[in-house]
Structure formats: C-alpha cells, structure tokens
Design a protein around this ligand. Structure first.
Ligand code: PEP
Length: 249
C-alpha cells in the first residue's frame, strides 16, 4: 500500500508573513486528514516560518532545489544539510522550470538526488515531456532518458526514499491538465522503468505523483487512478482552502 503524497510547490511566491497566515488557514482544514503525507515547499526564505507554523501537525516542509555539495564556494546555492538543519524533510529536484530556465541537466538531477538522500532528505524528482515531444510520440523515450540520467545507479536503499513526480511540461501553469488516463499511462511507464532499474518490489513501492494544473475540481479524478500516488501542485497550492480541498480529494 503506497501512502499518497500531496505536495505543494509555492515556486517564487509568498513572504514569511504570508506563510504564517497561510498556515493559520491551512492547519485546521487538514487537521483530520489521515493516510496522506502533506508536504509544502515554500521559497527558502519562508522555510523557517513554514517549519514553525507546521509544528505539532503532520505537515512537512521541503525545499525547491538543492546543491549537490554539502558546503563550498557556490554563491547563491543551498545545500542538503542546510535544508535539513532548517527543518526540511523533502526537496524538489529537476523541476521543469529549472530544466527550462536554468539549464538543469539529468546529470545534475542525479547529483542533487544523491546529495539529498545522503543528508536524509526525501527527493521529489520531476520528469516529464514537452508538448513537442508528446506530439512527436516521444513521451516514453523522454521519461526513459530522464530516469536513466537522473535516477540510475542510486543505492537501492536510497531509491526507496525517492518520490517521482510526472509533470508534463505542457501542463504546468497552463491550465491544461493531462487526463487521468494520460497520466496513468505515463505513471505506468515510469513504474516499468523503476522495475527495470531497481526490481519489482522497489517499483511497486515507488510513489509517483502527478503534477500539471492540478486544481480542486480535477484532483479526485486523478487520485482515483491506481498508479497515481499523489500530486505535486503549483499554482493551486498557494491558496490554503483550495490546496486543502486537493489534499482531501
Ligand atoms: C508545479 O509547479 O510543479 C506545477 C505542477 O505547477 P501548476 O500546478 O501550477 O501547473
């Protein structure tokens, strides 16, 4: 039985004060949620406010990226031990916005994932095809390349803590969601890759989240699919009431 992960990616939105008022509204709405892990990934500067606001709840906090070195001369970067020290338990890696705007490579995704696991953070590793790649019928080929490049060769005990997020680039922030069937097909392809690389038991245990314009009104249909083990939500996670509806979908 895979416990669903309901994760929010706030991207570059909200201040510390806005983080505190969000949690005031959000906490009671998920206080009785059972059988789901709830994760919120605010901007780095809001992590302390989020960690403090989530105290005494089951809500966990994550970073939106992480450097692969534990420390060093890497201006502007944040390391896995630093995130852990700040109270993060999770980290998003390889988000398509990072791949698109910051030239993130699969090799970097793997290095970041290894560093996160080494520090004891749970990585949410994002994969997904662009619209052109889907239209050319290359979705599975892209997922294979991203899995091979970003997730191959981890220690099996490390892979056991990895969560994969299938996020078709064309669905992120566009209001255009993959149908539950399209998402389920891609999730099955990812589970097959996990099986090829890490074996059947690891593949069956792997949580695969769907991300891409998840909203309060489409979350339940996505969650009804057997290979969709949660969601990674961008825009709709910024509203406490809306995200709570998704978490409870
Ligand atoms: C995301 O940022 O991971 C995401 C899926 O964004 P949105 O929900 O806004 O499409």
């Amino acid at each position: 039985m895979r416990t669903p992960v309901m994760a929010g990616n706030w991207k570059m939105f909200k201040t510390a004060a806005q983080t505190r008022s969000y949690f005031e509204a959000f906490r009671p709405l998920v206080a009785s949620t059972k059988g789901r892990e709830i994760v919120i990934c605010p901007p780095y500067l809001c992590v302390p406010a989020a960690v403090e606001s989530a105290q005494g709840t089951s809500i966990e906090i994550g970073g939106q990226n992480v450097h692969w070195a534990a420390e060093g001369a890497y201006t502007g970067e944040v390391s896995a031990p630093m995130l852990l020290d700040a109270g993060c338990r999770w980290v998003i890696i390889g988000h398509s916005e990072r791949r698109q705007y910051f030239h993130e490579t699969d090799e970097w995704v793997r290095k970041r994932t290894e560093a996160a696991l080494e520090a004891g953070l749970k990585p949410i590793v994002c994969v997904g095809e662009t619209l052109a790649e889907r239209e050319e019928g290359r979705t599975v080929e892209v997922l294979e390349r991203q899995f091979q490049g970003g997730l191959h060769g981890l220690k099996p005990e490390g892979f056991a803590h990895v969560v994969v997020a299938y996020e078709p680039v064309w669905a992120i922030g566009t209001g255009r969601t993959a149908t539950p069937e399209m998402a389920e097909d891609a999730h099955q392809a990812i589970r097959t890759l996990a099986q090829l690389h890490y074996g059947e038991a690891a593949a069956q245990a792997l949580r695969i989240l769907y991300g891409g314009s998840v909203k309060p009104d489409n979350a339940a249909a996505l969650m009804a699919k057997s290979d969709i083990d949660g969601v990674l939500v961008g825009g709709a996670s910024l509203d406490a009431k809306g995200f709570a509806t998704i978490v409870n979908a």
